[in-house]
Structures are given as C-alpha cells and as structure tokens.
Design a protein around this ligand. Structure first.
Ligand SMILES: NC(=O)c1ccc[n+]([C@@H]2O[C@H](COP(=O)([O-])OP(=O)(O)OC[C@H]3O[C@@H](n4cnc5c(N)ncnc54)[C@H](O)[C@@H]3O)[C@@H](O)[C@H]2O)c1
Length: 252
C-alpha cells in the first residue's frame, strides 16, 4: 500500500516559492503532507501560493524573504518551527537570470547581483538550514543548479558561474553533514516553462529546443516531482549528487 502523505508533518521551507519551480515544489510538498514556509522576495506572490495550498487542504505560511539578506534568512529559518516542528526539508529555488551579455561586456554590478542571489543566496540558506536540521536530527536539502553549470552558457557567464558554485556548495555540505543524517542534493534543469524563461529577450532561446531530444521545455511540475522524490525516504541513499532534468540536452 502506498502512503498518500509520505512527507507528513515534515516542516519544509522553499525559497523563490512565489513562482515557477519554487511554487510547484511548495504545492507538491504540501500535497504530500508537509507544512511549508513559502518564501520569496515577492511577498504578494508568496501569499497567493500559500493561500492556494491552504485552500486545497494543505498547511502553509507565506513570508517575504530576500535570500541575499543573511539576517532575514536566519529569521526565516527559525520561524519555520512555527509550522509545528523542526525544519526537515528545504528547497532553495530563488534565482535570477541577469542580463544577456558576453563576458567582455558583462556589467560588473550585474555580475555581483547574479552571484549575490544565485550563489550567496544558497550559501546563506545552507548556513542556517544545516544547523536547524542538525537540531532536528536530520533532513534533506535540494538546491537549484542548471545545465548552465555543466555546459557553460553563452551570454550567461555570471549565471553559469553561480550555478557551478551551487554544485560545489552542495557536494561540500553533503560531505560535512552526511554524518548528521542530512542529505544535500542539487537539481540541474534544462529549459523549464516558467516566468524566468518568459522574461528572456525575444530570440534568447531560439535554437535551444532543437538541441533538446524531447523537443519541448519541462513543466515546473515535472521538476518538482523529481525534487519531491529526492527529499523523500525513497531517496535515502542519495546525497551530494546533481540530478539533471533536461529532456536529454546534455546527452552525448
Ligand atoms: N526556468 C528554467 O528554465 C530554469 C533552468 C535551470 C535552472 N533554473 C533555476 O531554477 C530556479 C527557479 O527558477 P524559475 O524558472 O522557477 O524562476 P522564476 O522566475 O519563475 O522564480 C524565481 C523566484 O525567485 C524569486 N527571487 C528572485 N530574487 C530573489 C531574492 N533575492 N530573494 C528571494 N527570492 C527571489 C523571484 O521573485 C521568483 O518568484 C532558479 O534558481 C533558476 O536559476 C531555472
């Protein structure tokens, strides 16, 4: 017999949860029984996702959180316990694209911004989520990386560098905290049909789908289902690895 609520009562937090992959993860974790702290820079969007979860019978609370603010991250992680227990699951999905420019023309302030959100943001999250999960006696964390970390990505130098850094933070955290019962993993999506991609300038993804054997972008729910598996007990022996979900883009 399968358990309809395999994540029952496992307090969870999702960053970047107002939109796209983060929102899909928040909905899926809640549907599987986890109480979810829905965090985002976009407070209204986070509130909408939390309200939707509550209306569907799940447990959720929304909170504004800028992942570049270490103090706010500390507060958010400690507030997760208000959902009824210690933090057991985290999905770090907040991310930005930055401008599309070759490295020779990449503005320094934009480089710093992209690294600030996409890499430092994950560091700030891990810095507080890991000790919280040690206190909980274990847990699972998934960080959003990207195929850009694997292949490099034209005009996305800061983004690719940040995502490669996310892989390194993930492996390091897995080595440091495996003995405390904490699994840390990353997921590298290819093209996913979210507002992040919709906001790219016209033509930015031209030709990309031709290089995807499945010839379509992923839906955010497909990425969320992979993440739902990774944080579940079915993935109890997985840690430190990156899990590519790209419709075959990186296949050689
Ligand atoms: N969509 C794709 O094709 C794709 C591919 C590979 C990797 N990713 C990664 O997946 C993650 C989610 O992307 P998405 O496509 O769902 O994007 P999205 O734009 O739909 O959602 C990202 C969310 O992050 C939030 N955010 C941005 N800056 C923030 C900050 N400083 N603090 C807190 N929240 C902040 C935004 O408000 C937004 O709600 C990102 O890390 C992205 O790099 C996406």
């Amino acid at each position: 017999m399968t358990d309809d609520f395999p994540l029952r009562d496992r307090v969870s937090m999702v960053t970047g949860a107002a939109s796209g992959i983060g929102a899909a993860c928040a909905r899926l974790l809640a549907a599987r029984g986890a109480p979810v702290l829905v965090t985002d820079l976009d407070e209204e969007g986070a509130a909408e996702v939390a309200a939707e979860i509550t209306a569907a019978g799940g447990r959720a609370r929304a909170r504004r959180l800028d992942v570049t603010d270490p103090g706010a991250m500390e507060k958010a992680v400690s507030e997760a316990t208000d959902l009824g227990g210690e933090l057991r699951i985290a999905v770090n999905s907040a991310g930005i694209n930055g401008p599309l420019k070759p490295l020779g023309a990449y503005p320094v302030t934009d480089f710093d911004n992209v690294i600030g959100v996409n890499l430092h943001g994950v560091f700030h999250a891990l810095r507080h989520q890991l000790p919280a999960m040690v206190a909980a006696g274990g847990g699972a964390i998934v960080n959003l990386a990207s195929i850009a970390a694997h292949s490099g990505f034209r005009d996305h130098g800061a983004y690719a560098a940040a995502k490669q850094g996310v892989l390194a933070l993930t492996r390091t955290a897995a080595r440091e905290y495996g003995g405390s019962g904490i699994r840390v993993l990353s997921v590298s999506p290819g093209l996913v049909d979210t507002p992040l991609v919709a906001a790219l300038p016209p033509g930015a993804t031209d030709g990309l789908l031709d290089a995807v054997p499945l010839r379509r972008p992923a839906q955010p729910e497909e990425v969320a289902r992979l993440i739902g598996f990774l944080v579940s007990d079915d993935a109890a022996y997985l840690t430190g690895g990156d899990h590519v979900i790209d419709g075959g883009y990186l296949a050689k």
